[in-house]
Every structure is written in C-alpha cells, then in structure tokens.
Design a protein around this ligand. Sequence first.
Ligand code: G6D
Length: 351
Amino acid sequence: MLISKENFNKQLDNKQVDLFTLKNSNGFTAQITNYGARIVSVLAKDSQGNFDDVVLGYNNIDDYVNSEQKYMGATVGRYANRIGGAQFSINNQTYKVASNKGYNHLHGGIVGFNAKVWDANQISETKVELFYLSVDGEEGYPGNLTTVITFEVSEENELKISYSATTDKATAINLTNHSYFNLLGEGKGSINDHIMQINADGITEVVAGSIPTGKTRPVANTAFDFNEPTVIGNRINDEDDQLKIGNGYDQNYVINGTGMRCAAIVTEPITGRTLEVITDEPGMQFYGGNFPDAKTLGKRGDVYKFRSAFCLETQHFPDSPNQPNFSSTILDPSETYKSTCIYKFGIITND
Ligand code: G6D
C-alpha cells in the first residue's frame, strides 16, 4: 500500500515534485506530496490490527494533475470554500478574484494552493515542512503571502497539520485540508453507514450557490444534528433546503467552544476504525462526497463513486470577508496567521 516516491518524480513549473513518508513506531503512516501540499495516503489500523489506506487519491503525480477531482487531499487556499460574488474589500479597496464556481469564488481560484508545487523539507521520519510564497496579485489576492505548513505524525496515531502565514499587505486567508476519507478503506464503498458525531449546535445557513446568509441555523431536530452519534445516511433524504442546496451534506458547522477542541468523531462499525478531528478553527465543512462517479480511477483501480468519501475541512466560515458578523479572515502585516487541525485515528474501544 505504500506508494513509491518514483511515481511522483516529476518537474512541474520548473520545481521538483516529491513524495514524503511519515511513520511512527507502530506503523501508522502518512504520505505527503508537495504538489498541492496534499495528503496522498494514511495507513491506519482496524480493530483486527490490519492496516489500510483511508484517504482517496492516486498513486502517481500525473493522475493528481489531470484528475477532474482537483482537491483530493490538498491544502486549499488562499481562501478555502466560497467568496460570494468573487470579490471582497479591505480598507475600501475592492479585490476581484476568479468566478470559478458560478458567480462565486471557490477554493482559491483557478490555480489555487492545491495546484502549486510547494518547497519542502523533511525534518524527521515523522515530520515534513512545506513552504509557498503566493505573490501579490496571485489569483487576485493582495499581498505577498508566505505560508508554512507542517505535517507531523505522533505516537498516538495523529496526523497534525499546523499552518502559519505572514503577509506584507492586508489580505484574506482561510486554509484547510481537503482529504476525502473512507474508514472502510479508500475505494471500498459508501460512507453512508459511517457513524458521525459533530460538536456543533448550528450551521451557517446558505442560499443557492452555498453562499452564507450571515445567519446561523440551529441543527436541533434537523438532519444536520450530529451532536449524538448518528449514521450519516439516516436522514440524508430529509426535506431540508440546506440538503437540497448541498445535494447532500455540504455545510459549514459552527463548532461549539473555542481553542483546540474536538470538532467531530467518525466511527466505521465494520472495521472498528475511528477518526477524531481536533481544531482551533471556528468552523468545519462536512462534505459528504456528493460528487458524480469519478472518471479518474483511484489508487487501487477503483471508481470513486458518489458518496464514497467524507471531508471534514476545518476552517473559518465561508464568505467571511463579506460577512461582518463572521470572525475576520483578514490578515494584517502586523499579524501571523495560525491554524491547527489534528486528524487522530483509532479503533472503537468498549470503555
Ligand atoms: C463541491 O460544494 C462542494 C465543495 O464543498 C467541495 O469542496 C467541492 O465540491 C470539491 O463544490
């Protein structure tokens, strides 16, 4: 299941693409490529001690470059999720960014952080650091933005992603990781029997195009309430305008609490695998993989079908630069952007 570095040995944009393997002492392994600062694979144990790869993706660089699924495992930025009307203003200066999702801006534009070759330095067997300078005006964003991301595996089977960024001019930033998980194993079927728990009493209500209204909609007594562990597919066909807009689950949750705290826990009953998401971000997008059956075959030659993966993208809220009552995503030259997401893998215990 380990993917060979050779499959990623390519020059893109005059930069060397590479694949880095991070492994702890009990075999938990993550592979990271500097193309899009992406998670390529995560080998996690099931309750019988069998490892399997639980993230969708490809076993070579060309498939990542050519796939219609552009965000598999990728770092998304400068601004993850949507910016309504593909523009925002800072200090009375309006910035136009790409309308690459209808009239709106999605995931950093035409050539976002997912499609950039990052500089990289593997620090140890368990840690790699990636760097990218997004120059002033790239994809319409102001400021020379220097971003550093570390991916690190711990002895507790955590994959910790730490983001840091600085700018020389006020700009909008909202970074996330867009891994598509399947705790059965990538390519092994629907995620609708996974059990989801999300620590949130509300979602940011959206209109068509998934642009926030600025209101938080309580999840109580709706298909979005995952405060108690609930099978993902149980209510997915409920009558709900937010489900219709997302063609399933594709909403930003307003995570309860502040600071580093548990945002979600996913359990897969057949394998016994669990995934806990811990973050300091105010929001998390739960995307239930509502994509059409994929054309580009996965790592093991499988067709990645509709709802065969889930994404839990920690983030600030979508369209925050245009939503005065959302917490700010404007980074000033005097500040350092910081964000952390921990994907912690485990197995169901009977305690
Ligand atoms: C769709 O609405 C969803 C996004 O949330 C997701 O990130 C993208 O597909 C890959 O546009």
